[in-house]
Design a protein around this ligand. Structure first.
Ligand code: 5AD
Ligand code: SF4
Length: 441
């Protein structure tokens, strides 16, 4: 979502004459778009600000002004305190009000003062943002923001605010614009994307499943994805969407966090291990090639070795194709941060490395199962080696290949020839291949 937000800020600032630069020393304005989800991410902002202070001083010696803005969830959480700790900052702007950046910049231009806005506006920012001006083959589209779930460890409900869903018509129009600019795949974004309940044209609340149906009708839009989902919000319309919409990719990122009922309850996740597995089964019944990705937290207050073993066994039960795993990080203002941190730093590190090893083995096994299969690949990046292209399988696995006639943005049919721990390799499936298949059939 921060990638999406950063692109929208760039779009907002373009009419004021700002254009992106890769070199901070050249920048009249630097916007740090920040993340507060774990301490490590939040602390990174302050080391970046330290570096920016040197650049700002250097530029000032040459008579050049540099405005430093901090946007995103660290801005939201810290507000004024951010400037106290890092006086290099001129602008603090929260994730729900970055559409106000132009007026905030104009204000400090006039008065050379500082500007802080971390409010949650009545009218959502989306009503003010211009249509996206660029899109690659794979584009993001934010449809839902905020969260009302209040998991015990999580800062999101406090930084992104209450759940909000954009109206269907706005989303369809933004998606059409992205496709007109070359997007062939759109990933719908939301902190709780499947809690989506935006208003449709008839004034009724739509579900994510219904919205996906609408988007699938857009000509030229070949792939749809959505992230991140909550296990409690997988309704029948979403399962039906997976059954009925070929463009909807068969990979669901469905964070479980822990495989232990005791921990799921302590985390206030609102579901049990068995309910999670039942949800996985419902989704698998829609499409037999359905795959899953997840997020995990190890060392949440109260987690025992037995709880952790339950997490390892859940990984085996599902066979995730990809996952993220983190050590519990106490976040200010969350209920879990007030609990005694019962797991030692060594235990946390040990559990994280054991879990990562386990996840990597399962992922590698899933990748190896792909060898010999013929799959569509959307080419979206140049590879590291000369002449190499990189694309994604329907299950988001990176696929390396050489295809002299293919270009970025092409969807090509590929035979998978090799698998590594993180990615696949393949060769384009050619017309003679198809001919050979026909003869062997
Ligand atoms: N500590 C560690 N990981 C966290 N996450 C969210 N809050 C915390 C925390 N306090 C992880 C969860 C979530 C992902 C986005 O970040 O796994 O799904
Ligand atoms: Fe955070 Fe996700 Fe829980 Fe919401 S559902 S509180 S975003 S972990």
């Amino acid at each position: 979502m921060n990638v999406y937000d950063a692109a929208r800020m760039t779009d907002m600032l373009a009419p004021l004459g700002y254009a992106p630069t890769g070199d901070a020393a050249e920048a009249d304005l630097v916007v740090l778009n920040t993340c507060h989800i774990r301490e490590k991410a939040a602390e990174k902002v302050f080391s970046d600000l330290g570096r920016l202070r040197l650049i700002k001083d250097e530029r000032s010696k040459n008579g050049k002004r540099t405005v430093v803005a901090v946007a995103g969830c660290v801005a939201q959480a810290q507000g004024e305190k951010l400037i106290e700790r890092a006086p290099v900052v001129d602008v603090v702007v929260g994730p729900q009000v970055y559409h106000r950046l132009p007026e905030m910049l104009a204000r400090i231009e006039r008065q050379a003062g500082r500007a802080i806005d971390t409010s949650f506006p009545e009218i959502p920012k989306f009503d003010y943002l211009p249509a996206p001006t660029t899109a690659g083959p794979s584009a993001f589209l934010s449809i839902q923001e905020g969260c009302d779930k209040f998991c015990a460890y999580c800062v999101v409900p406090y930084t992104r605010g209450a759940e909000y869903s954009r109206p269907v018509a706005d989303i369809v129009s933004e998606a059409r614009g992205l496709v007109d600019q070359g997007a062939r795949e759109i990933t719908l974004l939301g902190q709780n994307v499947n809690a989506y309940h935006g208003e449709d044209e008839g004034g009724r609340a739509s579900s994510l499943g219904r919205l996906l149906e609408r988007l699938a009708a857009i000509d030229g839009l070949e792939r749809l994805r959505y992230t991140t989902s909550h296990p409690r919000d997988v309704d029948d319309s979403l399962v039906e969407a997976h059954r009925d919409i070929p463009a909807l990719m068969p990979l669901v990122h469905l964070p479980v966090q822990s495989g232990s009922d005791r921990m799921l309850s302590a985390m206030n996740r609102g579901h049990t291990r068995a309910e999670y597995l039942a949800t996985i089964d419902r989704l698998r019944s829609a499409r037999d090639d359905m795959a899953f990705a997840s997020d995990f937290i190890v060392g949440h207050p109260g987690e025992t070795e037995e709880d952790f073993q339950d997490t390892l066994s859940l990984v085996d039960a599902v066979g995730f194709v990809h996952s993220y795993a983190f050590k519990f990080s106490p976040r200010p203002g969350t209920p879990a941060a007030a609990l005694p941190d019962s797991v030692t730093a060594e235990e946390k590190s040990d559990r994280l490395s054991r879990l990562l090893k386990h996840l990597a083995a399962v992922q590698s096994e899933q990748n190896h199962r792909m060898i010999g299969r013929v799959v569509p690949v959307l080419l979206d990046r140049p590879g590291r080696q000369d002449g190499q292209l990189l694309g994604r399988s329907p299950w988001m696995q990176p696929v390396h290949l050489r295809a002299p006639d293919a270009r970025m943005g092409d969807m090509i049919t590929v035979r998978i020839t090799a698998a590594g721990p993180l990615s696949l390799s393949g060769t384009p499936f050619t017309a003679p291949d198809i001919e050979a298949l026909r003869h062997s059939a």
